[in-house]
Design a protein around this ligand. Structure first.
Ligand SMILES: Nc1nc2c(ncn2[C@@H]2O[C@H](COP(=O)(O)OP(=O)(O)O)[C@@H](O)[C@H]2O)c(=O)[nH]1
Ligand SMILES: [Mg+2]
Length: 482
């Protein structure tokens, strides 16, 4: 099976035979090191965990590197993308997005989805293109665009509200949420341990580790059960990145103390660590990464939430609203200072895994997402950003099939399920027309299945199958390649 994998060499430099510029390829490497100032687009790719960020970036990069023809991505459809290469990323201190490992897994004999990522990573794809604009054409070539893809967990954006909360207020909020009936069973071990704690006892780091662990278990359970995912702070407790085990992640909310407390007691130490978390984790992320983004794609697994039930849809909406606060700098004065008049000028909201539905329902899926994120999108539009909603499948893993049962014919989706030799058919059901209906629950048996990537992906090296990747690219990059 190895023979079907494109080697890195062949994948990293490409030539479009139809571009009619035979000499181009040999010139690419020179072009790429040309000293001209090169426009750079920093594209943030975010979404809650498992929303499809890694698959999206991997497919986007592979499809551009293999010069796939994208009908709805003008520069590609018009044959103006002349070459693309992966180049060293600008920020040497950031993890590189594991493109090669991901693509090897997808194209291997036993295709596998990329591993989950828990931290920010970066990848630079440089695209050489032929402009249509007369002004640009008058300038000496090459015409290059650096596309810096920045993959970061949406969960980290949930930390923004912490910046305006002190430890005692934050603790109050978390404890109140933990006592709500839906969450309480998961919070119990942590709350009990807190109750037994001697707040003025001698410092014993094991106590901090244990309580932070119990608190993290509680957050994790809420995440798994989709319980109030907008309130899963601190975000790094679930996605520690490189900070796992550091004291800035070893604390938990504590009830507001009554009476005298020692300065080295549990409450005081947790307060210090909470402040350190804000200073060393939250602020640097917003300052060094978030505020530098030019454009943004926000991925959402709305179908997954719909399949999990009405509460999950409500939760997703609450989480999206909190996450998207970050894109409204006015909402936080510290953040507005960081942006200093800069703004994200394009935002794309995409509902991922659209391959779980037949084509006829894709528009509805996009519309439902539009309703779900109406408020934040409206805010972004108000500030002059171009906002769009789409249904997307970065790697289309299913096919449509007509299945006949008891004399009736059903439009079904077939795909590979882990451990099975043959693709399996599912009746996908019908999405309702409005978010209100979706929130009432859907009886349609919308399959809550996890398809495997199909075998023999890209064995002809013509790119990966997708739904809507080209429309997304047109929206996000089209104007920069004109
Ligand atoms: N069927 C299908 N599944 C997808 C697609 N994109 C992502 N997935 C599934 O969603 C999982 C999470 O995707 P991933 O990109 O790792 O999410 P991340 O945590 O946001 O980076 C994958 O392991 C796949 O099971 C898609 O286009 N089609
Ligand atoms: Mg990921």
């Amino acid at each position: 099976m190895d023979s079907i994998r494109p080697t890195l060499q062949s994948a990293s430099v490409l030539q479009r035979s139809h571009a009619g510029v035979g000499a181009l390829l040999s010139g690419v490497r020179d072009q790429i090191t040309s000293p001209f100032s090169e426009p750079t687009l920093r594209l943030g790719v975010t979404g809650l965990s498992r929303s499809g960020k890694t698959v999206f970036i991997t497919s986007l990069v592979h499809n551009i590197l293999t010069a796939r023809r994208f009908p709805l991505f003008q520069a590609s459809a018009q044959g103006r993308l002349t070459a693309a290469v992966l180049r060293p990323q600008p920020n040497l201190d950031l993890p590189r997005f594991a493109y090669e490992a991901n693509i090897d897994g997808l194209l291997g004999g036993q295709p596998v989805w990329p591993e989950s990522t828990w931290r920010l990573s970066q990848l630079r794809l440089t695209i050489s293109y032929k402009p249509t604009s007369l002004l640009k054409r008058a300038m000496p070539g090459p015409h290059l665009l650096n596309l810096d893809l920045i993959d970061y967990p949406g969960e980290w954006l949930l930390d923004l509200p912490l910046l305006t909360l002190d430890f005692a207020d934050w603790s109050d909020q978390v404890l109140a949420a933990a006592k709500q009936p839906a969450r309480k069973p998961y919070a119990r071990p942590w709350l009990e341990a807190l109750g037994q704690l001697d707040l003025n006892g001698d410092h014993d780091e094991r106590v901090y580790i244990e309580l932070a662990q119990l608190y993290t278990n509680y957050l994790r359970a809420c995440r798994q059960k989709n319980l109030m995912i907008a309130q899963l702070q601190p975000g790094r407790f679930l996605m520690p990145g490189d900070l796992e085990g550091s004291p800035s992640l070893t604390f938990c909310p504590v009830p507001r103390p009554r009476g005298n407390l020692s300065k080295s007691g549990f409450f005081a130490t947790c307060t210090q660590r909470y402040e350190a978390y804000k200073k060393h984790v939250v602020r640097p992320f917003f300052r060094d990464h978030f505020s530098k983004l030019d454009r943004q794609i926000v991925l959402t697994d709305l179908l997954g939430a719909a399949a999990a039930g009405p509460a999950a849809v409500e939760d997703l909406q609450a989480a999206m609203t909190t996450v998207l606060q970050a894109f409204r700098p006015g909402a936080n004065s510290w953040l507005s200072k960081l942006f200093r008049g800069r703004r994200i000028d394009k935002m794309l909201f995409a509902s991922t895994k659209a391959d779980h539905l037949p084509r006829a329902q894709h528009d509805r899926l996009a519309r439902l997402l539009g309703e779900l994120a109406f408020e934040p999108a409206n805010n972004a539009r108000f500030r002059g950003a171009d906002v769009s909603f789409m249904a997307l499948s970065a790697i289309k893993s299913t096919r449509l099939a007509k299945v006949r049962e008891q004399g009736k014919v059903y439009d079904c989706i077939t795909g590979w399920i882990a451990g099975q030799q043959q693709p399996k058919a599912f009746y996908p059901g019908e999405l309702p027309d409005s978010l209100a209906e979706l929130k009432r629950g859907i009886d349609a048996p919308l399959a809550q299945v996890r398809f495997m990537p199909p075998p023999n992906l890209d064995h002809q090296q013509q790119g990966l199958p997708h739904i809507g990747l080209d429309r997304s690219l047109e929206f996000l990059l089209g104007d920069l390649l004109s």
